[in-house]
Design a protein around this ligand. Structure first.
Ligand SMILES: *Cc1c(COP(=O)(O)O)cnc(C)c1O
Length: 395
């Protein structure tokens, strides 16, 4: 009788995946901080350059064992065949566009995308004759009519930033299959612990590893995972154009992935408790969190997410000035625009990240004047709720 091989769980893979061990037999993953690799003979060196299997390390812009370990873990966690790592999340986004789009192509994108992604779509891609159209995430029934004969890629972030809109990934997967469009999801907000877009038909999943994957606000990094033949094309672009990940950052990130499951569960528990507390606060006119039943896409969130994630948004009464006063009254929660940190963070998009947009543009992506975004950290939840509530008491 043939035994079926044991299938390891995702937590085990995040902890036990190790691509290399040296003669010292270290238990933890070594950090291969080297720019190039040596050969025993001229013949070996010549063979390395002929090798298409990508097994031989030549130069760390191409590949590095520490970077390989990080990206292998991300691919396993997302249920993808393969992956590539990049120096930042934006390098992952830009490399994906550069690899799969050509002059004359069209991207259909959610209107609420990360600020720098919006800049690439509207300012840089048109220089190379690549056009884009935005769709409204809250009106999925309007998307199919926006597909053009030259539409090559559909691009989305769910939950969106900072509006926390959720879109049905399975529905988008079907549209992309029907029209033979590459389906790309930026899964940075959810992480593979909370949501696995590959299960819903995504071809490529992008990450800013800078956020929850690192989880302590220390290093920058990015990754793209997906089907091997697509990843191979991306690999060739990255190998030649150079947005590669530093082995040091990969080492930090690989270590962090060992605790991503535990951290995301705790982030989400704390976030849900903060969201519930805020629904009773008289200074708050609206609370949005994917796992609060009043969320407009609550049913979709329940279907495709394991928990509601770490981000809570709410609207303070009194608009822009109240939003600013709220931030100034915080005693523990940090004021910074990053997210995905063990430290709780609050930001006020209307006066900071999105202040250059017009009032109308802000409204279109759900940014009202009093909107506050909290990236809920891992501190004692009583302290997070205490700080947010005492600051609300002083607006
Ligand atoms: C931060 C972020 C990015 C960009 O990542 P960097 O690592 O800062 O380059 C892309 N998408 C989303 C959703 C993000 O939050």
């Amino acid at each position: 009788m043939q035994e079926t091989p044991h299938q390891f769980g995702p937590e085990t893979e995040a902890i036990r995946t190790q691509t290399a061990r040296t003669a010292q037999k270290e238990h933890a993953t070594p950090l291969f901080l080297t720019s190039s690799f040596v050969y025993d003979s001229a013949e070996d060196m010549a063979a390395a350059f002929q090798d298409d299997s990508l097994e031989v390390n030549i130069y760390s812009r191409f590949s590095n064992p520490t970077v390989d370990e990080f990206v292998k873990k991300v691919a396993q966690m997302e249920g993808a065949e393969a992956g590539v790592a990049t120096g930042t999340g934006m390098a992952a986004v830009f490399s994906t566009f550069m690899t799969f789009l050509s002059q004359g192509d069209h991207i259909l994108s959610a209107s609420a995308v990360f600020g720098s992604t919006h800049t690439i779509l509207t300012k840089y891609l048109p220089k190379w004759g690549i056009s884009s159209t935005y769709f409204d995430m809250t009106k999925p029934e309007t998307i199919e009519a926006l597909v053009q004969p030259n539409t090559k890629m559909l691009y989305v972030e769910t939950p969106s930033n900072p509006g926390l809109d959720i879109i049905d990934l399975a529905l988008l997967g079907e549209i992309c299959k029907k029209y033979d469009i590459l389906f790309v999801v930026d899964n940075c907000f959810a992480t593979p612990v909370v949501q696995k877009p590959m299960l819903f038909g995504a071809d490529l999943v992008i990450h800013s590893a800078t956020k929850f994957m690192d989880g302590q606000g220390r290093v920058l990094g990015g990754a793209v995972v997906g089907h091997s033949e697509l990843i191979y094309q991306l690999y060739l672009l990255i190998r030649n154009t150079g947005p590669s990940m530093s082995p040091f950052n990969a080492w930090v990130l690989s270590k962090s992935l060992e605790t991503l499951h535990l951290r995301m569960e705790k982030h989400a528990q704390n976030a849900l408790q903060l969201a519930q507390a805020l629904t009773h606060n008289r200074q708050v006119s609206l609370v949005k969190y994917p796992f609060l039943p009043n969320h407009p896409q609550y049913a979709v969130a329940q279907k495709q997410m394991k928990n509601g994630g770490a981000i809570v948004v709410f609207e303070v009464k009194g608009g822009l000035e109240s939003g600013r006063r709220f931030l100034n009254a915080l005693q523990m929660v940090s004021m910074t625009n990053n997210l995905g940190d063990s430290r709780s963070i609050a930001s006020h998009p209307a006066s900071t990240t999105h202040s250059k947009l017009s009032e109308q543009e802000r409204q279109a992506v759900g940014i009202t004047p009093g909107l506050i975004r909290v990236s809920v950290g891992l501190e004692s939840v009583e302290d997070i709720i205490w700080d947010v509530e005492q600051a609300l008491g002083r607006i």
